[in-house]
Design a protein around this ligand. Structure first.
Ligand code: NAD
Length: 353
């Protein structure tokens, strides 16, 4: 049976990088694609960035592939007007996506694009696993004329499920990042992560590192990390810091996974559809010029194959094709070259084995 993938091209360069990605997926397997309007394109057609019909289609799919949303056309400071980015929040919430995965693996051909010296980043291959639906971003907020507060709270069940995601993805070691010297939520975090570790994943090494120390180690010895596991706000900051190691935003994929209920009463088998998307936005400054770098999108499709559909060899085929194309000299303008989107796509397709 072929897998059903909902595709959301979105806005700006979104459609320009989605089309070649479907071509690439067709080259490695048999998939059924169902395309829907999302973001600004959906606001234009329906007045909202995410309709109930599209959310339902996503829920019924095996995986959701998203390009990017937004653009000056829909920029507004009027709180009553819809914004494309609200569609992203609606999708995360609607699919219960509590785990955000961002691999950071600078490719040898691009070592010199990194702001860090080659010797520092050589061999770096890490995954940042960020809790996405709890913590201070979602806690109660208060505001008076002279004070404000944001509550940070986590439950044992929320920590357990994200810890499982991290240990499940680790080859050798999980570095759990917290601020247990001052925060009560961090003390619970540390306790629960240690319990999940000794109970379910004793074969994987576990270390606890304070967030300030982790921020330093990310730039001083990024090679020492395998999987970084952390809560929502720390993960927001550390994943952007880690992303800079690779040098180009046009290269970074991400996955958001969900499915397991935080109330403890496992909602099914913990395998709801995941959302796969590049880290970059809709790049309105280059939209329509056929020069967008499709590689982050291709690598997001590889994550969809691996984490969304459990097609490991197909995922590896896409990743090595991207690597070989870069080794052979492929460079889009954001990487200092002059290859357009079509040329980059051809180069990767030619390297699929
Ligand atoms: P951006 O990521 O779209 O662009 C930043 C810079 O990187 C631009 O110069 C752009 O040309 C370049 N760039 C990005 N992706 C590229 C690619 N694939 N190939 C070549 N160059 C690329 O960020 P921005 O300019 O801050 O935001 C533009 C719009 O995208 C905004 O409306 C923003 O809200 C939205 N946005 C959406 C997402 C998303 O859909 N997940 C994420 C970030 C920003």
């Amino acid at each position: 049976m072929s897998h059903r993938i909902v595709t959301l091209p979105g806005d700006g360069i979104g459609p320009e990088i989605m089309a070649p990605t479907l071509e690439l997926l067709r080259a490695v397997g048999d998939f059924e694609f169902e395309e829907h309007l999302f973001g600004g394109a959906s606001i234009d057609a329906h007045g909202v960035p995410l309709t109930d019909e599209v959310l339902d289609a996503c829920r019924r799919s095996d995986a959701v592939l998203l390009a990017a949303v937004g653009g000056p056309r829909w920029d507004t400071t009027d709180p009553d007007r819809p914004r494309p980015e609200q569609g992203l929040l609606g999708l995360r919430k609607g699919l219960g996506l509590y785990a955000n995965l961002r691999p950071v693996k600078p490719l040898p051909a691009l070592y010199d694009a990194s702001p860090l010296r080659r010797e520092r980043i050589e061999g770096t291959d890490m995954l940042v696993v960020r809790e996405l639906t709890g913590g201070i971003y979602f806690g109660e907020k208060t505001r008076t004329a002279t004070s404000a507060s944001d509550i940070c709270s986590y439950t044992t069940a929320e920590i357990e499920r994200i810890a499982r995601t991290a240990f499940g993805a680790a080859r050798a070691k999980v570095t759990s990042v917290d601020k247990a010297n001052v925060l009560e939520t961090s003390r619970l975090w540390r306790e629960v992560v240690s319990e999940v570790h000794s109970r379910e994943f004793p074969g994987i090494a576990l270390e606890h590192v304070l967030v300030d120390n982790a921020a330093m180690q990310l730039v001083s010895s990024p090679r020492d990390f395998d999987v970084i596991l952390t809560e929502n706000m720390f993960g927001d900051i550390l994943s952007d810091e880690a992303a800079m190691l690779t040098g180009s935003i046009g290269m970074l994929p991400s996955a958001s996974l969900g499915g397991e209920s935080a109330s403890g009463d496992a909602a099914g088998d913990g395998r709801g559809p995941g959302l796969f998307e590049p880290v970059h936005g809709s790049a309105p400054d280059i939209a329509g010029r056929a020069i967008a770098n499709p590689l982050a999108m291709f690598l997001s499709a590889a994550m969809l194959l691996r984490h969304g559909l459990e097609l490991e060899s197909e995922a590896a085929a896409v990743e090595s094709a991207v690597q070989r194309a870069l080794d052979a000299g492929l460079r889009t303008p954001d990487l200092g070259g002059d290859a357009g989107t079509a040329q980059a796509t051809r180069a990767v397709l030619d390297n699929i084995e």
